[in-house]
Design a protein around this ligand. Structure first.
Ligand code: BES
Ligand code: MN
Ligand code: MN
Length: 462
């Protein structure tokens, strides 16, 4: 382990410069304008994998963006770690809110990251975290201390639903044979409170359209006489939560797995300050489902949120009009054992049923995915826990996250493999927001911690 760690400390600056180069490419998967850049990013990662000594590096084409694959099989009798990550990023908008351009990475110190953080879209989600694995494996290879086999599978469509990765996984079960999946695409509680993510929420995402009259109308001539689709949509959306902030869709909670009192008590031990939470977000108070703490609301409970709503006149000044149509995009975060298809169906039936006769409603489903949980008594979790203990000097806390990585549930179903979520980001790193950043402490700590995982996982597998 010593020479691996030496190699890391001697190459820190180069690792950072390589990450900066990677962050300069705007690999936005949601916007076809950046198609060339997304492809270029895949090739850049493939080149780096080949350069560090990974074999059989391929840029696997799909119906969408390619999947970068590579492997280093040192001995078939040893365990195999399959590393998953994504090289695509979210759009940078609203760009005017960035203090420096999203694809011109700069290092700046912040209150939480006094040693500096790298500011760029994808710095934390997920280029910075994915790249830690490439550099950790490089360090183990260069110091002849890679203790087991490793496979890489880095995709370019995570932020748009991983549809083609799902197909790739189903068609390549043999190629992807491994003992554990290792992912850094989540977060931890704080730099001095290491934690391992033991759960992810699922997702059901829908778009709704409410149509009133067949054309936009004068709001004086027709106002008060016909349904205004925007008023109606607002009312319908408001009715989806009751006064306790429970979701009102019939059957929505039927399959939700409730935690035991012991599990909830265990969860409540994780440090959390409501005051700091509110202060960081500039809010006077939190809001959520009655009977649950903020930590619980954000991880073990399902949610329903409008992500966008539009219609009518939104330009300069005033235009007196009743719009013909109103729209909204709605996400529902799901927990075990809610089925995203079933929830989408329940939503659709309910939303259509509450529409007044004066409007027409259509519900269009988008991508979704199932929730996932990792047990904490597996050798994978134990190896991760020992790895964090080695580099942080503290045992990590198991924490369920509110975010989603839908492919994780598929890994279990199709490959029969559990995923270890060793995330090193912080909630305050502004992923998907303007000024996304990733602490240099976190980047280097990740690179240092990963080799310990390989070592302990190999030893515990014996
Ligand atoms: N890396 C995130 C998910 C995440 C972040 C999980 C932090 C836990 C902690 C991932 O890139 C992401 O953004 N996922 C999407 C879902 C996807 C289907 C678009 C999400 O959670 O909104
Ligand atoms: Mn991600
Ligand atoms: Mn993301």
């Amino acid at each position: 382990m010593n020479s691996t760690q030496n190699f890391i400390s001697e190459n820190k600056e180069r690792f950072l410069n390589e990450l900066i180069d990677l962050l300069k490419i705007p690999s936005i998967s949601a916007d076809p304008t950046y198609s060339k850049d997304v492809h270029a990013t895949a090739h850049k990662i493939a080149e780096d994998l080949a350069r560090i000594g990974i074999d059989k590096v391929e840029v696997c084409e799909t119906a969408g963006y390619p999947i970068v694959y590579g492997e280093k099989m040192i001995d078939a009798s040893l365990p195999t770690v399959l590393v998953y990550g994504h090289y695509d990023v979210q759009p940078a908008d609203p760009i005017e809110l960035w203090t420096s351009p999203a694809f011109e990475p700069v290092i700046k110190a912040t209150e939480i990251h006094p040693e500096g953080a790298i500011f760029a879209r994808g710095a934390c989600d997920d280029k910075g975290q994915m790249f830690m694995h490439v550099k950790a494996v490089e360090a183990m290879l260069k110091s002849n201390e890679l203790p087991c086999n490793v496979k890489f599978m880095i995709e370019g469509e995570e932020e748009v639903g991983s549809e083609n990765l799902g197909i790739f996984v189903t068609q390549n079960v043999e190629k992807l044979k491994a003992d554990i999946i290792l992912v850094s695409d989540t977060g931890m509680l704080a730099n001095d409170v290491p934690s391992i993510t033991t759960g992810l929420r699922g997702l059901s995402y829908v778009e709704v359209e409410v149509t009133g009259p067949n054309r936009d109308l004068h709001s004086g001539l027709y106002g008060g006489c016909v349904a205004n689709p925007i008023n109606t949509l607002a009312k319908m959306i408001a009715s989806l939560h009751d006064e306790n902030n429970h979701i009102t869709i019939p059957g929505f909670y039927d399959k939700v797995v409730d935690l035991t009192d012991e599990e909830r008590a265990e969860m409540a031990k994780a440090p959390f300050s409501l005051e700091k939470y509110c202060k960081a977000l500039d809010i006077a108070d939190v809001m959520g489902e009655a009977g649950y703490s903020t930590m619980e609301r954000g991880s073990i409970r399902p949610t329903l949120d409008v992500n966008g709503i539009w219609g009518g006149y939104t330009g300069e000044g005033a235009k007196t009009v009743i719009a013909s149509k109103a729209y909204a995009k709605i996400s529902m975060r799901l927990v075990p054992d809610q089925d995203p298809h079933e929830i989408t169906e329940l939503f659709k039936n309910h939303f259509e049923s509450i529409a007044p006769a004066s409007v027409k409603v259509t519900v269009k489903p988008h991508h979704g995915g199932e929730a996932a949980v990792t047990p904490i008594d597996s050798i994978g979790y134990k190896a991760a826990s020992m790895a964090y203990e080695a580099t942080f000097g503290k045992k990590p806390i198991p924490v369920r996250s509110g975010g989603s990585i839908p492919i994780v549930a598929m890994f279990e179903k199709v490959l029969g493999l559990k995923t270890i979520l060793m995330g090193f980001g912080l909630d305050s790193d502004a992923i998907h927001s303007p000024n996304e950043h990733y602490g240099l402490f976190n980047f280097y700590k990740g690179i240092e911690t990963i080799p310990h995982f390989y070592k302990h996982f190999t030893e515990l597998s014996k």
